[in-house]
Ligand binder design. Structure first.
Ligand code: FAD
Length: 380
């Protein structure tokens, strides 16, 4: 077992760190407060290969590993959690198309997705089916051999109206997982519309909305995989997505720890700096320890995906559950160390607390992570 990053990984880490410090960190607060989706910055990230990290090089991906991706997402989210998390979702969709799409679909979309000329959204959740995703009702009815007619609504879709392509999990067959297919819907399709931009607690540099399909005619060429493969493709995408989101929690928590270390060294009360109180030292020690434990779990899960380990789904769920819970708590402790100043928007702590909170809810809530883990425990 080797715990050292190799030279390539150190270079990737440095590249993502520099990008985060120059292109994300200085603007994160402004994007959050004004709900700005930073399109030009995302395209700059794509120029560095960050929009298709673990996608095959044949069609324009970077051909890196899940471990490399986890390293990148920790660095990016140290600069802006919300923007890094959108890049993570975009990577998840791009990988789903690359891993399961036909050559025709890959040729049409991967290049544009890897440059972020096209932005993407992952559409699973519906108003009536969240955790119970397999109960989804959006329906695609086949018309002849040329196209599907798609009807239904997806809720909470990250990217929403700003995306160009939507990977939509929909029902083409019977009830249950085997009746679900994955179909790509392009912006501009007649009958595609969006709900209002949701007002959110965090993740404000990316827009979230309902996505509605009203008799949308979609070419059968836009099917990803075979009919009935959609739920499996969606879940495989989420294995990687969960590792990425967990890595985004690491970056946010690291930013919070770093801010706490410098603030507690400067701020004086009762005649000495806060870091001279053992209670502060213990808080910082616990935060650093828990961050390290989270990172080990995230990297372990990423390696499991890279080696197609049979335990990968369980390890991804464990890493997502643990890292997103613990890193949220680290941000909360960091806010406490900052006292009243931590509550002000002049400091990044309140944003970090808000941005990390949703990682415990989406890509499967942390209760659902426990359901997945216990199911795998029983199976082994
Ligand atoms: C900002 C944001 C962005 C999102 N982006 C996307 C996106 O891009 N694409 C997408 O498809 N979805 C997206 N989602 C949706 C997200 O994945 C769902 O919100 C999540 O899966 C939970 O579904 P729900 O909100 O319907 O909650 P529910 O499923 O109604 O759950 C409510 C509560 O009940 C608990 N619960 C439910 N079932 C069980 C059970 N069996 N055992 C124990 N507890 C249970 C849950 O853990 C939760 O605490 C996003 C959500 C948010 C908030």
């Amino acid at each position: 077992m080797n715990f050292e990053y190799n030279e390539d990984q150190l270079n990737i880490k440095e590249m993502a760190k520099n990008f985060a410090e120059t292109e994300l960190m200085p603007y994160a607060s402004e994007w959050d407060q004004n709900e700005i989706f930073p399109v030009e910055t995302l395209k700059k990230a794509a120029e560095l290969g960050l929009a298709a990290i673990y996608v095959n090089e044949n069609y324009g991906g970077s051909g890196l590993s899940r471990l490399d991706a986890a390293i990148c997402f920790e660095e990016l989210s140290r600069g802006c959690v919300s923007t890094a998390a959108y890049i993570s979702i975009h990577n998840m969709v791009t990988w789903m198309i690359d891993a399961h799409g036909s050559d025709h679909v890959k040729e049409r979309f991967i290049k544009k997705l890897s440059t972020m000329e096209m932005m993407s959204s992952y559409c699973l959740t519906e108003p009536g089916s969240g955790s119970d995703a397999v109960a989804l009702k959006t329906k695609a009815t086949k018309k002849g051999n040329s196209h599907y007619v798609l009807n239904g609504s997806k809720s909470f879709i990250s990217g929403g109206p700003t995306s160009d392509i939507f990977a939509v999990m929909c029902r083409t067959g019977e009830e249950g997982a085997s009746g679900v297919s994955c179909i790509l819907v392009e912006k501009g399709t007649k009958g595609l519309s969006f709900g209002k931009q949701e007002k959110k607690m965090g993740w404000n540099s990316q827009h979230t909305s309902m996505v509605n399909f009203d008799n949308c005619e979609i070419s059968i060429d836009n099917l990803v995989g075979n009919e009935g493969d959609g739920f499996k493709i969606a879940m495989k995408g989420l294995d990687g997505g969960r590792v990425n989101i967990a890595a985004c929690s690491l970056g946010g928590a690291r930013a919070a720890l770093e801010a706490s270390m410098s603030y507690s060294a400067e701020r004086k009360q009762f005649g000495k700096s806060l870091d001279k109180f053992q209670v502060t030292q213990f808080k910082l020690a616990d935060m650093a320890t828990e961050l390290e434990a989270s990172r080990l779990m995230v990297l372990r899960a990423a390696c499991a995906l890279d080696t197609a380990d049979k335990q990968a789904t369980k390890l991804c769920a464990m890493a997502k559950r643990y890292a997103t819970d613990v890193c949220s708590e680290i941000c909360n402790m960091a806010l406490q160390i900052h006292g009243g100043y931590g509550y002000l928007k002049d400091f990044p702590l309140e944003r970090l607390v808000r941005d990390l909170r949703v990682h415990q809810i989406l890509e499967g809530t942390n209760e659902i992570m426990r359901v997945i883990i216990s199911r795998h425990l029983k199976a082994n």
